[in-house]
Design a binder for this molecule. Structure first.
Ligand code: PMV
Length: 325
């Protein structure tokens, strides 16, 4: 029985669209920050003679669709480890599930680490990243600490994340919860629809590859300002590509847009921060750790009814307990 903990990551340079849906090979690379809040804790217990895998999330049994993604990860781990026994998965999430707060990233990163250990697999972090990727693309980045780049690759072996060295100021993210409800359309469906119907999709792929190169250089140079500007650019271009899908996919709510305006005003007033949003209405604001409380206070003052959380750069997925029984 093995238990692992992982935290979400939020993309600065986004992942949106796959070239291989089964293997989850993305159309472009991406770059993210792993956070120090909202951990998912997952226990995997391998049980002989059990006919199928079972899983609960926060005490509730998962339905067939939810379980099928977990099965994909478990089947992969079993194939590599040469085992056939089924498992019982118990997971607890401290982040609102499916609200664009990256619960699938922390969930599948924790599952990859716990399952590999429970099945006795000696997996290095590259393999763990590949295993996590099979559950949810962005999960491959939560294996690592801090700033992480997912190199798109072209095959199962070459598509995985790696940790980047950052010598700039310590990073923080202010998370503004516009809505904690479930999103209207899953990122998986929305990516497919964008790739199939948006006339801007190819342009998105080409420009995001460029942004990733520039962002990688900014990371290497420890250049926060450039990294922040590129973060907003990648966010806007991703949302633009899906707004042009048919039917249009619009995750941003009116309050999300107000928050982007507010962040722009804070910047104009000399407080350097940059907004981003994913497959949901919540907005995350990238800033220097030393400015985090000021940014959070300013945002909370203008929108007192919204929940504002502060996160800093955090640790990648890790094993917290391992017991043989
Ligand atoms: O891994 P998924 O299917 O949850 O997709 C995540 C996509 C975005 O969050 C919108 C962008 C990203 O790179 O995390």
């Amino acid at each position: 029985m093995s238990t692992a903990v992982a935290q979400p990551n939020f993309a600065l340079i986004k992942y949106w669209g796959k070239v291989d849906e089964d293997l989850i090979i993305p159309a472009t690379g991406s770059l993210s920050l792993t956070l120090d809040i909202y951990p998912t804790t997952t226990t995997v217990e391998v049980i002989a003679d059990q006919p199928f895998d079972t899983a609960t999330l926060d005490g509730v049994s998962l339905n067939t669709t939810e379980l099928s993604r977990i099965e994909t990860v478990l089947e992969y781990v079993r194939a590599i480890s040469g085992r056939i026994d089924r498992a019982v998965i118990t997971s607890t999430n401290s982040v609102p599930t499916a609200a664009g707060l990256a619960s699938s990233a922390s969930g599948f990163a924790a599952l990859a680490v716990a399952a590999s250990s429970a099945y006795g697999l000696e997996a290095d972090s590259t393999l763990l990243s590949r295993i996590a990727r099979r559950g949810s693309g962005s999960a491959c980045r939560s294996i690592f600490d801090g700033l992480v780049r997912w190199n798109a690759g072209t095959t199962d072996e070459t598509s995985h994340a790696e940790q980047l060295e950052w010598t700039g100021d310590e990073l923080a993210m202010i998370i503004v919860v516009v809505s904690a409800g479930r999103k209207q359309i899953s990122s998986r469906e929305a990516m497919r629809l964008t790739a199939e119907t948006s006339p801007y999709y190819q342009a998105w792929v080409e420009s995001n590859n460029q942004l990733l190169l520039q962002a990688s250089e900014a990371v290497q140079a420890g250049d926060f300002s450039t990294l922040g500007q590129l973060t907003e650019l990648s966010t806007m271009r991703m949302h633009a590509s899906m707004l042009a899908a048919d039917p249009a996919i619009r995750y941003l709510a009116g309050r999300s847009v107000d928050l982007f305006d507010q962040v722009q005003r804070l910047r104009a007033d000399g407080l350097e921060c940059f907004a981003t949003a994913d497959a949901g209405p919540n907005v995350k604001i990238l800033c220097r750790s030393r400015d985090a409380s000021q940014v959070a206070t300013q945002i909370q003052n203008t929108m007192p009814d919204l929940t504002v959380m502060t996160a800093h750069s955090g640790q990648g997925a890790r094993l917290v307990e391992q017991a043989t029984r």
